[in-house]
Design a protein around this ligand. Structure first.
Ligand SMILES: *[C@@H]1O[C@H](CO)[C@@H](O)[C@H](O)[C@H]1NC(C)=O
Ligand SMILES: *[C@@H]1O[C@H](CO)[C@@H](O)[C@H](O)[C@H]1NC(C)=O
Length: 420
C-alpha cells in the first residue's frame, strides 16, 4: 500500500513537472486534435459562435465543471484544464494559480505593457496555465484607513478612469481580433473598505446614492468596459444598498452588459458566491445561492462553490441549463479571443514569437523605473528635511510595501508578493 502510494506520488509529481516545466503551452484544436473538424475550432468564425458550438457539445456535468476558476478539461474534445486566476497589478504575480516562475523565466517586470507581453512569453514557454489576468484594481479610494489603497489609483474618478483605460489597453494589446491577455477590472463597485473599525469587506453594506454611484464609483468601471473594451469585470464582496454585488442583476446584467456593452465575462471575487450565504445570509441554501448569482449575470466564480453545488441547483430547478450556457459562452468566447482554440499558440502571428528574451528587457526596466519615479508623492517636507543632507545623515530606515527584511522576502515582493 505504502509502495503503491509513493509510486503514485512520484507519477503525479512527474506529470505536474511535465505540465509546468515541459515548455508546452496548453491549447485546443490544431491538426492533431480530435475536434479539428468542429465549428469551435474554426478560427474564421466569430468567437461567440465558436463558444456556443463548444458549449452545445458538453454534458451538464462538464458545463458545471467550467464554472470555477480552476476549470476542468474535456479530454474527449481535446480541451485542457484552464486556470482563470492570474494576478498582474504590479507585474505578473505568483498569487493566483495560473502563472509559474520555475522555468526559463524566474522573474518579471512591472507595468501594463510589460505585463501583457511577459504573460504571453510565459504562456509560450509553458509557464502559464491561463492568460486571464485579474487586474487592474480601479476602486475609488476615499480614506487611507480603509486598507489596501496602495493597489488603487486613488480617490479621483477621472484619474482612476484614465488609469483604467491605459492599464487595460496595455494588458489586452492592440491586435484586432486577438487579445494579448484578458484584463479584469475589479472590484465592482463601491468597494473601498477592506477592513476598518470592526467592519470587514465580506459583509459591508455600502449605502450609496444613485448619484454617487454614477459620479464617483462607477466611472472607472464604465471606462474599462466602454473605452478600453476590458474583457472582464469582477464583482465585489460588498453589498450595495442591501444587495450583494455578485447577486445584483441590476449591476451585472443591466449595467455592465446592457448599458456598457461588456463583451467578456463577469467573475466573482474569490469565494464571493460562498460568502453570499456564509457571511451575508442572502439565500437560504447553497443551491439557491449559486442560482441567484448565475441568474444575476455572474459567469465565473473564483473558488469551487458553483462547481460543487451547480448540479444540484440544476436538478432542483433553481436555475436552468440555459443560464449555465450563457455563462459558458461568455467564458469560452474570451478563451477563443485569447487564441487558446487555434492550435499551437507559438504559431500565432502577433504573439507566438515571444519568449524568455522578451522578459525584463531594458525597455521594460526603463518603463518600470519611469513609472516608479512618476508615482512618488511627497505629502509634506517639514523643515526642508528633503533632500537628505549626506553630511549629516549617516544611516536611514526604509519601511512600507516592497521593503522586506530578507532577500527571500524581497524576491517575493519583487514578484508581486501579496500586493496584487
Ligand atoms: C473546494 O474548495 C475548498 C477550499 O479550497 C476545499 O477545501 C474543497 O476540498 C474543495 N472541494 C472540491 C470538491 O474540490
Ligand atoms: C533572489 O533572487 C536572486 C536573483 O534572481 C537569486 O539569485 C537569489 O538566489 C534569490 N534568493 C532567494 C533567497 O530566493
Amino acid at each position: 500500500m505504502a509502495a503503491a502510494a509513493s509510486v503514485l506520488l512520484v507519477l503525479t509529481a512527474a506529470v505536474l513537472l511535465l505540465l509546468v516545466e515541459g515548455g508546452e503551452p496548453p491549447y485546443s484544436c490544431g491538426p492533431r486534435s480530435p475536434s479539428s473538424g468542429y465549428a469551435f475550432c474554426d478560427a474564421r468564425l466569430p468567437p461567440a459562435r465558436r463558444a456556443a458550438d463548444l458549449v452545445s457539445r458538453l454534458t451538464a456535468a462538464e458545463k458545471v465543471a467550467q464554472l470555477g476558476d480552476e476549470a476542468g478539461g474535456v479530454a474527449r474534445l481535446g480541451v485542457p484544464p484552464y486556470k482563470w486566476w492570474s494576478e498582474g497589478l504590479h507585474g505578473l504575480s505568483y498569487w493566483g494559480h495560473g502563472m509559474h516562475f520555475n522555468g526559463a523565466v524566474t522573474a518579471i517586470t512591472s507595468f501594463p505593457q510589460a505585463i501583457g507581453t511577459e504573460a504571453r512569453a510565459l504562456y509560450n514557454l509553458g509557464q502559464a496555465e491561463g492568460l486571464t489576468i485579474w487586474s487592474p484594481n480601479v476602486n475609488i479610494y476615499r480614506d487611507p484607513r480603509w486598507g489596501r489603497g496602495q493597489e488603487t489609483p486613488g480617490e479621483d474618478p477621472t484619474t482612476a478612469s484614465k488609469y483604467a483605460v491605459a492599464f487595460v489597453k496595455g494588458l489586452q494589446g492592440s491586435t484586432p481580433g486577438t487579445l494579448q491577455t484578458s484584463a479584469c477590472c475589479k472590484h465592482a463597485t463601491a468597494y473601498d473598505l477592506e477592513e476598518w473599525n470592526g467592519v470587514a469587506r465580506y459583509n459591508f453594506n455600502a449605502k450609496v446614492t444613485a448619484q454617487d454611484l454614477a459620479d464617483t464609483f462607477n466611472p472607472p468601471f464604465k471606462s474599462c468596459v466602454v473605452d478600453a473594451k476590458a474583457s472582464c469585470v469582477m464583482c465585489a464582496y460588498t453589498d450595495i444598498n442591501g444587495v450583494p454585488a455578485c447577486a445584483s442583476s441590476d449591476l451585472l446584467s443591466k449595467t455592465f452588459r446592457g448599458q456598457w456593452g461588456l463583451d467578456g465575462y463577469v467573475s466573482s471575487d474569490c469565494d464571493a458566491v460562498a460568502l453570499l450565504r456564509d457571511a451575508q445570509r442572502y439565500a437560504p441554501t447553497p443551491e439557491d445561492t449559486v442560482a441567484v448569482a448565475i441568474k444575476a449575470g455572474l459567469d465565473l466564480n473564483c473558488g469551487n462553490y458553483t462547481q460543487v453545488h451547480g448540479m444540484a441547483a440544476l436538478q432542483q430547478g433553481k436555475m436552468r441549463e440555459s443560464d449555465v450556457d450563457r455563462a459558458l459562452t461568455n467564458l469560452f468566447a474570451v478563451r477563443m479571443r485569447l487564441g487558446h482554440f487555434d492550435g499551437d499558440p507559438r504559431s500565432n502571428a502577433a504573439y507566438g514569437h515571444l519568449g524568455a528574451a522578451d522578459v525584463c528587457t531594458q525597455a521594460h526596466r526603463d518603463l518600470a523605473l519611469e513609472a516608479a519615479q512618476d508615482g512618488i508623492v511627497l505629502l509634506k517636507n517639514d523643515a526642508g528635511a528633503l533632500p537628505l543632507d549626506r553630511a549629516t545623515v549617516t544611516s536611514s530606515f526604509l519601511n512600507g510595501i516592497g521593503v522586506k527584511d530578507s532577500e527571500k522576502e524581497d524576491n517575493a515582493s519583487a514578484r508581486g508578493g501579496r500586493n496584487f
